[in-house]
Write a protein that binds this ligand. Sequence first.
Ligand code: SF4
Length: 467
Amino acid sequence: MSSTRKVRDECGVIGVHSPDAANLAILGLHALQHRGQESAGAASFDGVIHLHKAMGLVDAVFAETPHLPGSWAIGHNRYSTSGSSTSINAGPFMQPTSLGPVVVAHNGNILNAAVLAGWLRDTYGLVAESASDSELLALLLRAAPGDTWTERIRWMASHARGSYSLILLAGERLIGVRDPMGNRPLALGRLRDGWALASESCAFSLLGGTPVRDVQPGEILEINAVGPAPAGRLEPTRHAFCAFEYIYIARPDTMLAGRAVHSVRRAIGEQLGREHPVLADLVIGVPDSGTSAALGYSTATGLPFGEGLIKNRYVGRTFIQPAQAERERLIRMKFGALPLGGKRVVLVDDSIVRGNTLRPIVTLVREAGASEIHVRIAAPPITDPCYLGVDMAQRGELIATRVDEAGMAAHVGADSLHHISVDGLLEAIRGTRGDTCLACFTGQYPLRLESEQSEAVAEAVTGAVQR
Ligand code: SF4
């Protein structure tokens, strides 16, 4: 699908209560564009729901949109982790309910989506129009018993298995819900003239606001006309925050658990430097996601950090899976290398999935004159696919399932190649095996895989079919 990105994030969601809420929500979607580039949508409420969504980047989707009036709005950027890439699957999703209409923006992946779809159809006569698991959550809220949103959300949560950070627009209120694992992020922010919820706090800065705190795992948080108010909790379970948010997905200027992601990535790079030092003249990062870790590696090893690769920010995207020759051409369009005349270079990248993106980058650095190239990776080897909302690759495509680090070095054309350890990563992100999802590095998934789960999950886990 997308051009040279190794890992595709799932979705970005935002909710705003403020005068001119929809314009602010759409502005905030720009800050969350990295979390989903296939479609965008927004809905506002001023007594009735106004909804606009379409395929494309935020700029294109909202270029000629009529004003969405009201002081309550939500927005959604989507990359499909379930359902295909067509406009019918674009979010957010609206459903009528006996409590009034609800609009749902969802970041995550529901594992038992296929089973739920059949059950909702057979039991309640509710048929999803799309293949999106986000619509199923909206249908669950419609089918749910209960006279309050909290009761309905709890009922929804008792049926939906998987990861979800949700924002609901329900009349004159926004409701943020984070699954009990806290797998995907969700934050509360203060705006000059209101409040906001968003996948990442970087959206608040763009709106002139400030982050207040993370929504906690299992928390239901309502924003009403008075301000934010606790609205209940979901059944607790083990926490499993996605380690990949720190490594790659979240923007460096986002705050997660009170720390800027950039600082966490520096700490990861420092740990990588302590674990895998090497004699070299220069440390460079693969921009942009390898840069913070490269700085940390430089700090820990005392080797100078420098610019080596320059990113061309104007290269367009493609939605076809490129063949290797095309991928190499795209990498050359995307990156240029500064002269490295005879230097021994440490090249820091965030992760290796298939190894096919890194190989042309190593070639570029070699052609720029590097005499040695030592690759250091700010993630442990990726050995298992993700089924909680991050699209990486099927198991058979993951290079770490086929070769060891020496084999990877040979594959990408480097003189050496090493990854940070799982324990080193945990130390840098200040997580534990009990509160962090590490499944793509360890194969130990935080949710049990059960037979009633959807085909898509079985496929993801066995790597039998590419999503
Ligand atoms: S499997 Fe990996 S990418 Fe998926 S949620 Fe867990 S840590 Fe994140």
